[in-house]
Design a protein around this ligand. Sequence first.
Ligand code: PHE
Length: 438
Amino acid sequence: MNQNRDSFTSKFGVIAAAAGSAIGLGNIWRFPYVLGENGGAAFLLLYLFFILAIGMPVMLSELMIGRKAQMNIFGAFRKLSPGSIWPLVGIMGVGAAFMILSFYAVVAGWTLDYAFLAFKNEFAGKSPDEISAIFNDISGSVWKSILLMLAFMGLSAWIVRSGIKDGIEKYTKILMPMLLVIIILLNVRALTLDGASAGLKFLFTPDFSKINANVILEALGQAFFSLSLGMGVMATYGSYIKKGESLGQTAISVSLADTFIAVLAGVAIFPAVFAFGIQPNAGPGLVFVTLPGIFNQMPGGYFFAILFFILLIIAALTSSISLLEVVVAYFSEELKMKRAFATWLAAGIMSALGVLCATYDRLFTFFEKTSSNVLLPLGGLLIVIFVGWFLGLKNVRDELEADGKVARYFLPFVFVIKFLAPIAIAIVFLYSLELLRF
Ligand code: PHE
């Protein structure tokens, strides 16, 4: 093991950092709005299926690649398969990190403004329409979005610069549990609103006629996006995990925690969407117009709103730093840049792209859709094929059993990554290209 590499110091630290990457705006901002646009409960079922059958195995495969190679995502493929074209998958991941963080930071910037507005008590007494107007004002104002995005990007770069133990691990351990508590409180309030049941019905009673190729692809894309898979985050974090830790346990805990938070976010939001008469397919503004309304109707709402938006910023930060880390590890290990320089360079390029995303809605949507629905599932497909067919089953077993315990799930896991997961992803792709008709 390379003694000079930074690493996580404890098992809980590993899980908190990986869960910190997974849990973010993807759960609280993206999941509800994509579900709302794709018909509700039927989407939820597909999403849960993809998490279990594809997400968890891809996560384990990715962690394994990183820990075995002890390198950034590009270097890992080069080391595990010298002279091949596999490192291109690493390049694709680095590219995806640029794309994702540039629109992600724009949304995260809006949450900064929301924390500030909550602090000034701007939402108090406002009707859903007035709250919508506030959102349109922020997201429609290019300058405001750009400045907020830059502030958020600066914050992420500042944390990443200081490395793993003292930056990422320290904060996520305390902050993620706090976020959970507030979401549970929001659930209690949302469920007791008049008219809450229509929201629950939308979320939990599937209407299978709503399923089409696009809904399936969106559910797959959301599963990858939410779990931070297919572009090297988990491989990069895996490279900081010590040999004694169980990768299987990490993959399961992180996936479950992430899914739990997404479902809780859905339960907090949809009853309110229906109670306030908001359209469930309102798009990326959905949570921003719904949540302030719930806080308005809660005892102590002023206080909880501030706390919630601060925690949401933190959840976004623990995800954005993982995206940045993929690029920084690549720049510093492959291109031999100093860590601080690599961090500012990556954040600088991402900010330039972020300016474009804040200015052109169509570019924002293009980056969002292409990364989650194409690049991440494609990356995941290649990752399971690599581990299932090229890494060598003995290596796979050694990594799974590095904690000294027999991995009884070895055979089912191998079956899934060799056959089930790649075939399932390929079918969704082909189906959505309308090449295959069922
Ligand atoms: N999973 C993060 C979220 O849900 C977003 C993310 C995607 C982070 C891909 C890293 C890689 O907010």
